[in-house]
Design a binder for this molecule. Structure first.
Ligand code: GLY
Ligand code: MN
Ligand code: MN
Length: 473
């Protein structure tokens, strides 16, 4: 946990932003994996972690703005719990570490809330993303399932986004720690990318690095020669010379801050000329779009810088043609770059996405595009110092999409379909960094992970080292 003052300050800010009522922030429960006592690894709710810090199941937090009081509801361990799990601190002691002095058993939460409602206090809650939380809120608040699903407080959502989107120095240090662990995950993946190796072997090793040095991976590892499938979780290929391999992976630190990094490498360690051309195109896109990051600019503009770079590069190899600006305005780049440039990152790898993407990535002045591809852009709004975001352009050859666009006669002024046909076996390339918006520009977070053609080839030629814990733990 951070110092208790951090949590007190965060709750005070929420009180100020929200103004009145009660914010009910539920923690997560254990979730059954294949039978009740065999649970998934426990992951606390990120909002509960942010405002109350306690990383254990079975808690709920109350921020009573009208009476300027905070509460933790939760049950002390009984002797049976202690037999299986060891001695645990008392709820009151744990709450004290988050600066909360009022604690009560969970069984009293329902009465507390109905008492507050009876006095005319409004109960604000965030959109629940687990079925068990929907049921819990329904029982606590005496509302139907659909009232809970549709009844989250927009005022609370907006207040939480406004506070959490700006990362403080302690959070940034945690995210950098997560990127440093990702450095080791990704350089290991590069060194293992040899012909004959099964993708799953690499996945296992890099997940192991994550667990050894931080916590679980921040999302299921994406690792495949079939990088044209954007979120490919099938790891059954045996690596072959002449193919590219995408690794999109990150870790969570012990305080649950994420990294989210992608690198794409040529199996065997040397780019051929076709791979080098497409790789350099994506590299230009990430370098140039990152370089334009600064407070006050819309992230949507960074997305279009990347799109123009992709079109320019593909024109250079004869896959596209025509005027670059016109091609991007028409959306022709989306055949090759059919996703957004990036998203906010924090405790959740897509930070706060459960509150609603548009609340996090857009605002009254910045509306989401409805153009195919660009509609997937998760972050479009104006940047502020303290935002941590990903920059992740890509270029993919997706046979089904090529066939669809071609059969529909789409973008024939900008796409050389006959040439594109010859790239249907190429796969895809994505490069992703985690970036902080600073007062006057940006900083790429963490130890630099090889990205240029030369650095990637040099790293792939190095022997793989065993994980060294020193300096990470
Ligand atoms: N790892 C999924 C993403 O890059 O957003
Ligand atoms: Mn990623
Ligand atoms: Mn990402």
């Amino acid at each position: 946990m951070f110092k208790k003052e951090v949590y007190i300050e965060r709750r005070n800010r929420l009180k100020k932003e929200l103004g009145s009522g009660i914010a009910l922030i539920t923690g997560n429960e254990e979730a059954a994996f294949n039978y009740p006592a065999n649970t998934y690894f426990f992951r606390q709710d990120s909002h509960f972690l942010y405002f109350f810090g306690l990383d254990h199941p079975g808690f709920a937090g109350i921020i009573d703005i009208d009476n300027d009081k905070d509460y933790i509801f939760g049950n002390d361990f009984d002797i049976e719990d202690i037999i299986w799990m060891g001695v645990q601190p008392k709820v009151a002691d744990m709450a004290g570490e988050a600066g909360v002095t009022n604690t009560s058993p969970m069984s009293e939460l329902g009465a507390f809330l109905s008492n507050a409602t009876g006095k005319g206090q409004k109960i604000h809650f965030l959109p629940p993303y687990r079925g068990t939380t929907v049921i819990q809120l329904s029982e606590l608040l005496g509302k139907s399932i659909s009232e809970i699903k549709n009844g989250a407080s927009v005022d609370l959502i907006k207040a939480v986004v406004k506070i959490k989107e700006i990362k403080d120095e302690f959070e940034i240090a945690e995210i950098e720690r997560a990127v440093d662990i990702a450095y080791l995950m990704h350089t290991t993946s590069m060194k293992m990318a040899r012909p004959g190796v099964k993708e799953q072997e690499i996945v296992g090793v890099i997940e192991g690095i994550s667990l050894a040095l931080g916590g679980p991976v921040s999302f299921p590892v994406i690792l495949s020669m079939d990088g044209q499938t954007l979120h490919n979780h099938n790891h059954s290929n045996i690596l072959e010379e002449g193919r590219m391999m995408v690794t999109d992976a990150g870790t969570e630190t012990q305080l649950h801050y994420s990294s989210d990094i992608t690198r794409t490498v040529p199996v065997g360690g040397k780019f051929n000329s076709r791979q080098r051309d497409i790789y350099q195109t994506v590299l230009n896109a990430i370098v140039n779009s990152t370089d334009a990051i600064k407070p006050g600019v819309h992230y949507r503009e960074m997305h279009f810088i990347a799109a123009r770079n992709i079109v320019e590069g593909l024109k250079g190899v004869g896959l596209m043609k025509g005027n670059v600006e016109d091609a991007v305005a028409a959306g022709a780049h989306t055949l090759f770059f059919p996703h957004g440039l990036g998203h906010m990152m924090g405790m959740d790898v897509h930070d706060m996405e459960g509150l609603g993407e548009d609340y996090v990535g857009y605002d009254e002045n910045t509306k989401r595009s409805d153009q195919f591809g660009t509609a997937y852009l998760r972050l479009g709004k104006k940047l502020k110092p303290g935002y941590v975001l990903t920059v992740e352009p890509g270029c993919y050859f997706i046979p089904a999409l090529i066939d669809k666009f071609r059969s529909e006669g789409k973008f024939t002024d900008f796409i050389n379909y006959n040439k594109v046909e010859t790239y249907k076996d190429f796969g895809g390339i994505r490069i992703e960094d985690d970036v902080l918006v600073t007062d006057d520009g940006y900083r790429i977070l963490g130890k630099p992970i090889p990205k240029t053609v030369e650095d990637v080839e040099r790293t792939m030629a190095e022997p793989r080292e065993f994980v060294r814990m020193e300096g990470y733990l």
